[in-house]
Design a protein around this ligand. Structure first.
Ligand code: NAD
Length: 477
């Protein structure tokens, strides 16, 4: 049983002044595993003050000094790989293989930032001007509960590479995962105040960050409504804001695809991270002529997926993160049925034999119209829509008929054709015949899935301002 009640401010773990105590529940067992005392506005103001004090000296560090800091961070996070994996399983319910990936990815973020920084020139010549890229100032990094270690580390790596002192505000639903990362950051021995971490509610700690004049930049990952609230609140102080938001991604299976391979991959893309993934391919578009074959493959593939104990290596889908998420998924399954969609597999309620834990049945709907709630809104659980199309034109039209545009997937045996379809999709990223992400290429969303890009050079530049200097050799007489 853990009782977490500290923030990380100015290089030290300090008791929070907030008084709200929240239970930490293991989602696979519904057992109480700890409590967390949430920080409040005063706590985050202290964190912002510390970052503000650290910023001038940190902005003057050389590229090599920041590379050294990133290497220290990489080593410190790498040393806690096992702890990150265990916390991700215990607190979040991430299946073993996914939790292992996340724990390795966390340290890899810093290694990727080192490579980006080594190759990056902060000064360039544009015509007669010298353009200097400078750190934007104190940055706030706000993260969701569905990828705590990965989101914190990838944002932090870019911010440190740029020379921005940070205030990290992770989700209030992931305090154990945050604690492990905070300890690793402390072990890395960065100058006090360069990284500060306060867990708290969005409505007070998150809002304080959004309105505080000393915060120059917000890098946010979370839902679209929250992203809009942050953008509005930050406008008054003209904050630079990057938003990585909600998705409702389409997977287009073209009629020449090898269905035996494509359908299991498409389902994996939909059920990624227990279905709680922004990039999940949740609208699977298949040619009407091959619908019957697809339905059979969906039944056999989903029937073979193990749902249950996230520690079991055979488990593909673990529990949802909490009761609220469980209830949300039940609501969407009922909504789908009410609107006239029908079930291929799954239904309301828990899978058989799982009497405890926030487990849901992997569910796939058919007879879905793209104007139904289940096709338009992000469900954020293992509930997918299977939709038939007549031809490529219709597939592209349905895929693009969404308020969101984070990711898309295309499956085809003709790569050139798949690339032509990819070029027409309104999405920040398109994966063809694969569900493997590119971790140094720009990542972000079209339309209401976001603003700006993360990762690699694009992620670094999101924390930089361009200054243009035009010089004459002498003052004209
Ligand atoms: P959320 O928007 O509820 O919360 C995200 C963060 O914002 C949390 O730290 C929360 O405390 C904070 N917050 C909440 N209200 C706030 C406010 N008014 N002002 C400032 N901060 C506030 O999202 P969530 O439920 O934690 O995460 C799930 C969502 O995140 C999904 O929509 C998912 O698609 C999205 N997501 C997107 C990406 C991406 O890269 N595009 C990645 C992961 C998750």
């Amino acid at each position: 049983m853990r009782h977490l009640s500290q923030a990380y401010i100015d290089g030290a773990f300090v008791p929070v002044q907030g008084s709200e105590v929240v239970d930490i529940i293991n989602p696979a067992t519904e057992g109480l595993i700890g409590t967390v005392t949430l920080g409040n506005r005063d706590d985050v103001r202290r964190a912002i003050d510390a970052a503000e004090r650290a910023q001038p000296a940190f902005a003057r560090t050389t590229k090599q000094e920041r590379i050294d800091m990133l290497r220290h961070l990489q080593a410190a996070v790498l040393a806690r790989t096992d702890e990150i994996r265990e916390a991700t399983i215990e607190e979040y319910g991430g299946p073993l293989s996914r939790s292992q990936w996340v724990s390795e990815y966390a340290s890899q973020c810093f290694a990727n930032a080192v490579k980006t920084l080594e190759a990056y020139d902060f000064t360039r010549q544009v015509g007669e001007a010298t353009v200097v890229m400078e750190p934007v100032g104190v940055a706030a990094l706000m993260t969701p509960w569905n990828s705590t270690a990965g989101s914190i580390c990838s944002k932090l790596a870019s911010a440190i590479a740029a020379g921005c002192a940070c205030v990290v505000k992770p989700s209030e639903l992931s305090p154990i995962q945050t604690q492990v990362i905070a300890q690793a950051i402390h072990d890395a021995g960065l100058p006090p105040g360069v990284v500060n971490i306060v867990i708290g509610r969005g409505a007070d700690v998150g809002n304080e960050i959004s309105i505080h004049p000393a915060i120059a930049k917000i890098s946010f990952t979370g839902s679209t409504p929250t992203g809009k609230a942050i953008l509005r609140a930050g406008a008054e102080t003209m904050k630079r804001v990057s938003l990585a938001l909600t998705g409702k991604s389409a997977t287009i299976v073209l009629e020449d695809a090898d269905l035996a391979k494509a359908i299991p991959l498409a389902l994996s893309a939909g059920f990624l991270n227990n279905g709680q993934a922004c990039i999940a391919g949740t609208r699977i578009l298949v040619p009407r002529a091959r619908l019957a074959e697809v339905v059979e493959l969906v039944k056999t593939t989903v029937g073979g997926l193990k749902v249950g104990d996230p520690r079991d290596p055979a488990t593909v889908i673990g529990p949802l993160v909490n009761q609220a998420q469980y209830d949300r998924i039940q609501h969407f399954i009922r909504a789908g049925l009410k609107e006239g969609a029908t079930l291929v597999v799954g239904s309301e309620g828990r899978p058989e034999k799982l009497v405890r834990g926030y487990f849901v049945k992997p569910t796939v709907f058919i007879n879905v119209r793209n104007d139904m709630q289940i096709a338009r809104e992000e469900i954020f659980g293992p509930v997918l829509c299977l939709m038939a199309y007549e031809d490529e034109e219709e597939a592209v039209r349905i895929a693009n008929d969404s308020a969101y545009g984070l990711q898309a997937y295309v499956f085809s045996s003709d790569l050139k054709r798949a690339q032509r379809v990819a070029a027409r999709l309104e999405a920040g990223g398109v994966l063809i015949n694969a569900i493997r992400p590119a971790l140094t290429a720009p990542f972000g969303g079209f339309k209401q899935s976001g603003l700006g890009r993360e990762y690699g050079v694009f992620g670094l530049e999101a924390f930089l301002e361009a200054k243009t200097i035009v010089s004459a050799s002498a003052v004209a007489a």
